[in-house]
Design a protein around this ligand. Sequence first.
Ligand code: EPU
Length: 348
Amino acid sequence: MSKLDIQRDVPLAPLTTLGLGGAAKFFIRVEDEPGLLGSLNWASDQGVRTAVLGGGSNLIVPDAGYDGLVIQMGIAALDLYEDGRARVGAGVPWETVVDAAVSRGWAGVECLTGIPGSTGATPIQNVGAYGQEIAEVIDCVHVVRRDSLQSEVLAAAECGFSYRDSLFRRRPERFIVTAVELVLRPGGRATIRYAELEQHLGHGASLDQVRDAVLDLRRRKSMVIDPSDPNRRSAGSFFLNPIVDSAEADRLAEKAAKDGIVDSPSEVPRYPADGDRTKLAAGWLIEKSGIAKGTRRGPIGVSTKHALALVHHGGGTASELLAFAAEIQRRVHDRFGVTLEREPRLLE
Ligand code: EPU
C-alpha cells in the first residue's frame, strides 16, 4: 500500500460550512477503502482517536480542535445501473447524485436537492426535506466496522432509520460509511407531498420542475449555500423538530393560546408523527420564545430567513455558537417546556 500522507495541525474551519473551530492534530484525505483501513491502522498503532469528516455541513468543530486523526472521506466512485440502482461512494457530493438521478428521469431524490455535504453523511442523519427522506431509497449501506476493520453491508432494515436518525448516528463508534446503494425509479413520478411544494406546483409536475421548486424554496430560506448570501455560513437546521406525545402538543397549543402567543390553539404548527406523537416546528418555537429571525449575539446569529438556522457572520468562535444555542434551548424550554435537541454533530 502507498505511504500514508498524514498531515499535522490542519485547520478544520475551512472544511466546514460554519467556518468555525480549531485544527486537527493529524489529518488525512482517503480516496479508497485501503486508504481508510491504512489510516485506521496507523491511528490504532499511534494510540490516537479518529473522526471522519464528510462535507462538513453538519459539523461543529470545537475551538480546541481535534486531538486525533481526522479522516476526510474522499471515496468518490459513482456507479449507475440501467434499472435505477446506484452505488455511490461516501465522498461523492450529494448534489452530484441528485443531478445524475434527475437528468436520467429517475425519481426518488428530486426533493433532496440543494443539500450540502457528501453522500456518506446522508444515511447517518437520514437526510430529509420537502417530503422525501433518504431512507426511502436506500437499499443498503456499505460500512467498515471500527472494531474489526472488516467491511460489511447493512440492509436498509438493519440501519434503524427514523426522523433524522439512524443506527450510525446513535452508535458513531461502530461503523464508518464507505458507500450507499440506492434504488431509484426510472420514469417514476415526482414526490409532491409537502404543503409548500403543493402550493407551488400542480400534481403531475416533472422531476425537473419539482427540483427547481425545492431549490427556489430553499434559497428563500437561505438553505442553499450561496457565496453572496449573508446567511451562508450555517449548518442548516441547528435543532431537530421535537416529537412529543400528542396530548403534550395539545397542552402546549392550549397554553400558547392562553398566554396570548396565538389567538387559537390551531395556529400552532403541528404535524402527525408515528404512533400517537406529534412533530412540533422548532423554528416556530424559537421565534415565539422571543428570538426573532436575525437576532445576533456578536458574530453569531439566527438566520434572517429561518429561525432554525444559526449563522456565523465571521470572526466568531465555536464557544460563542454553543453559548447562543444553549440560550435558545433555555428560552424555548422556559416558555414551552420543550427541550430542543441539537442536530449537527459536535466533533469531540
Ligand atoms: N417556522 C417558523 N419560523 C421559522 C421557521 C419555521 O415559525 O423561522 C414554522 C413555520 O410555521 C413552518 C414550520 O415552522 O410552517 C416548518 O418550517 P419549514 O417548512 O421551513 O421546515 P422546518 O421544519 O423548519 C425541516 C427540516 C429542514 C428541511 C425542511 C423542509 C428539520 C430539523 N429541518 O425544517 O432540513 O429543509 O423541513 O422539508 O427537520 C436541515 O436539516 O438542515 C434542513 C434544512
